[in-house]
Design a protein around this ligand. Structure first.
Ligand SMILES: [Zn+2]
Length: 116
């Protein structure tokens, strides 16, 4: 992101420089016998304007949405013990409603307990 901003600033500076040179050539073109400078001035203006137009074109923005799972109440099974064989159960993943006991295969339901 930072390198991109720097690059855009550099291109903007270059565009301003081209427009400035174009102005200089435009003024200098009024000198008799130096009318070809009009052409140079126009080329410089067009180049500078093209750079600015490219910069002004809005780039697609990436919107990042983060969703976190926060239960309102504490999850029961704080000790996480299998009710059948008493073995300790693995921690449930967020959003997971059931844990399977790795020892006896019992499915244990996780219930959200209200805090009051
Ligand atoms: Zn078990």
């Amino acid at each position: 992101m930072k390198t991109e901003t720097l690059a855009r600033l550099l291109v903007f500076g270059l565009a301003l420089f081209l427009l400035f040179l174009g102005t200089v050539f435009l003024i200098a073109a009024f000198k008799p016998g130096k009318e070809y400078r009009f052409g140079v001035s126009i080329i410089l203006f067009v180049m500078g304007m093209l750079l600015i137009i490219r910069l002004l074109r809005s780039k697609p923005k990436i919107v990042e949405i983060r969703v976190t799972w926060s239960p309102s109440g504490e999850i029961t099974l704080e000790e996480l013990r299998c009710p059948k064989c008493g073995a300790s159960l693995p921690l449930p993943k967020p959003g997971q409603d059931y844990i399977k006991c790795p020892y006896c295969g019992t499915i244990v339901k996780i219930v959200e307990e209200p805090k009051w």
